[in-house]
Design a protein around this ligand. Structure first.
Ligand SMILES: *Cc1c(COP(=O)(O)O)cnc(C)c1O
Length: 367
């Protein structure tokens, strides 16, 4: 695939079979555990043509070589697997709770020294990167939508000798490409925006460092965190429409964030697209759009926030994000969310009509 194609075009065309007259234009889910002897791959834990198609498409978009994993967490576990026993791992204090809980567990077991930090604060992050083996960045962060200075952290983290991995799930490759900003590795939960239909679990890591690629591939092969061919097929199918889905979802999110910001029972809104947001200037310089995730606090505390979630009729009261359907939930109801304000509702804005969404949300806020 030509690298000069715009990402919107690459999404549609990357990862297709060779153009052979009479041949199919899509790769099918290849359901096999074995291959005839004598080829490069003998057993399907080592490789699958459907993974290859998904990996080619995602690698093209992120500007590196991709590896598909069973889930976003399997990809993150393979990244952490790169560091030696007892190594220092710096990660966001406000970040995906699966990553936080995994690092906490590994810290308690003596596998790594986990150092959570406010990664939107470049200086305090760099200060704890001295001697670190791995710096994990999430920007925008989950759930506070904090924006880290990715270029600065990559440059200074590299100087300190750390591998830099960026969780790009919220931004997607359309809004930011961390490898171009200096990261060694990008990870995705393809469960979210990439696949986009809330019907599968899948992850990926992307790098253009051959040694890191081979080590993560070995980790996938031997750790066994491999994806299913049907999941990779569906994720690639979903990615074909990421451009139009994200465009609509992001526009809806901007409108909803503005309306929430002036709503009487809303105590605060976090959306990098709001000029008043602390991450706005950085996001404007670093990203090609502000994304489709919005977080807001309900005046009246956690009970009032739960009541809003309970009154929603159209929007889905559900965890997870990045689908065509709008979802919301009070994040602090989960284990591992001690740093999240108790009345914060995280909303993943979908592609519905924005006025239908707003009517539902407004009615739930002021019954
Ligand atoms: C969901 C998510 C993950 C984990 O991905 P799974 O596919 O659920 O394993 C990692 N990072 C972020 C930012 C996420 O939202």
């Amino acid at each position: 695939m030509e690298n000069s194609l715009s990402p919107d075009t690459a999404l549609v065309h990357a990862g297709r079979p060779p153009r052979i007259p009479g041949g199919p234009i899509n790769v099918s889910p290849v359901l096999t555990s074995m291959y005839y002897a004598g080829g490069e791959i003998a057993y399907a834990r080592a490789g699958n043509p459907t993974w290859d198609a998904f990996e080619e498409a995602l690698g093209t978009l992120e500007g590196g070589r991709a590896l598909a994993f069973a889930s976003g967490m399997a990809a993150i576990a393979a990244v952490i697997d790169l560091v030696p026993v007892g190594a220092r791992v710096v990660s966001p204090r406000d970040g995906y709770n699966g990553t936080k809980l995994l690092l906490r567990k590994m810290h308690e077991a003596g596998r790594v020294e986990s150092v959570p930090v406010d990664i939107t604060d470049t200086e305090s992050t760099v200060a704890v990167c001295e001697g670190a083996s791995l710096l994990i960045i999430e920007s925008p962060s989950n759930p506070l939508l904090g924006i880290a200075d990715i270029s600065a952290l990559c440059a200074r983290g590299r100087a300190a000798g750390a591998i830099i991995a960026v969780d790009n799930t919220f931004a997607t490759p359309l809004l930011q490409n961390p490898l171009a900003l200096g990261a060694h590795i990008v990870v995705h939960s393809a469960t979210k925006f990439l696949s986009g239909h809330a019907d599968l679990i899948l992850g990926a890591s992307i790098t253009n460092d051959d040694s890191l690629f081979e080590r993560m591939r070995a980790s996938r092969l031997l750790g066994g965190g491999i994806p299913g061919p049907v999941e990779t097929f569906l994720a690639l199918r979903g990615m074909r429409t990421l451009g139009v889905r994200l465009e609509r979802a992001q526009r809806n999110a901007g409108v909803i964030a503005e309306r929430l910001a002036s709503h009487p029972v809303v105590a605060g809104v976090r959306y990098p697209g709001l000029v008043s947001d602390p991450g706005h200037t950085r996001a404007r310089d670093q990203m090609r759009g502000f994304g489709a995730m919005v977080a807001f606090e309900v005046a009246g505390g956690p009970e009032a926030a739960e009541a809003v979630c309970g009154r929603i009729r159209l929007i889905l009261h559900s965890t997870s994000l990045g689908g065509v359907e709008t979802t919301l939930e009070r994040r602090a109801r989960h284990q591992g969310e001690e740093t999240t304000p108790p009345s914060l509702i995280r909303m993943s804005v979908g592609i519905e009509d924005v006025d239908d969404l707003w009517r539902d949300l407004d009615a739930a806020l002021t019954p």
